[in-house]
Design a protein around this ligand. Sequence first.
Ligand code: HEM
Length: 422
Amino acid sequence: LDGEDVRYDPMDYAVPNPWTELAADRQACPVARNRHGFYQALSYDAVSEVLRHPERFSSRSGNNLARPGKNTDVLIYADPPVHSRQRRLMIPAFAPARVNRLEPYARKVADDLLDGVSDGAFELIEQYSNPFAMTTMGCVLLSIPIEQRPTFRRWTLAIEAETAGAPAEAWEADVAECEEYFRRELRARAEMDDPPDDLMTVLVRSQLENQPIEEDAVLFMLRILLSAGNGTTTDLITNAVWLLDQHPGQKRRFLSDVPGMVGGLVDETLRYDGPIRGIFRTATRDTAVAGCPIPAGSRVYASLMGGGHDETAFEGADDFIIDRDWNTIPPQLGFGTGPHQCVGLNFARLVGRVGLETLYSRLPNLRVRPGFQPVHRHSPIRRGFHALELIADAKQPRTTDPSMAVTPHEYKIAKVAVPGRR
Ligand code: HEM
């Protein structure tokens, strides 16, 4: 199988559900060179092998088709041992106990946003999933004051524009402003006796302790965090809502026990149609996967969607089933696997769980607007819609206290102002 004979094309965005193409190619050959000249791994085992062997499949050229102009040997652009050391800094910030403490704040953010939704037409991404993802990431996780949400959004969009290869005028000034904010914030925390117990403080502390890491590298890590942690959770919530609507039987089951089934819904969405559909690596030497030779220097695409729909790993792989028993089947690949597996996955699960649970508890009658057909954004990496139009009615009352703060550490960071740009 080679070139034009390969049926699945991750660059062809017009095919909404390419399950048939994936299955045909996987069966013919789980790793093949496609018409764009890169090798695509489509089976669960081949995807896992690529992602678990950084010595053969490097991240130095990034996990996307393009990489930023700066020479950045940081996190998703790094291999072990540089990568391992940087990653160790972040792990404590995402430990389950620390992340779980944020749950009440995430619930409050969700309730606040849904208070603003009235009966009738409701565009999910703009009115709910994106502001929810941004606010939980920015205000709850990074302790950015809630009033700065619009600024934070501007920065995040600029970073996304940069990663997507947009001209510098579109993002340069905003990215510089964002970096300046984080630089000031990190330095201020280094001087505080009692800094907020959050992600940025974890990074600052590890800088001050025995193995200092360059401030520029930490700033770049924060930038990666913003691009890795915002749009992804937006798409997780949105894709789950669409999938439920497409599978009415599953939606009925979900509505019969929203808190009990929401964890399963999150994992099944990640397996079936998660926010990241595939990631790139570069072969460091002549190698082979599943018997398919891959020459040194080739770009290799690990298709998370392909692995997730592999029948040998998941029975009924093309069926959407929200109550799979994840203790008895292989883990889904939506967060990747191997040394770069999503470091934020506990937080991402929390955002997905709380976002979907609150949405359907308050709007159990939520449905896609009849006749609306969502359109996927163009990206071989990401999987998400431009918009998802819904109908909302019969809203239930909120369960959280409206007067509660949404930023766990608000009072402590009030003295660090966001630099103004006039
Ligand atoms: C549902 C939402 C999310 C999905 C599907 C997702 C998926 C992924 C995947 C597939 C990778 C592996 C990249 C690679 O191997 O090259 C990754 C890495 C990463 N993710 Fe996530 N992610 C999500 C949310 C988040 C959140 C909320 C954060 C932070 C708050 C985050 C932070 C990161 C970081 C920092 C990395 C790089 C880890 C490393 O290189 O060691 N992600 N993510």
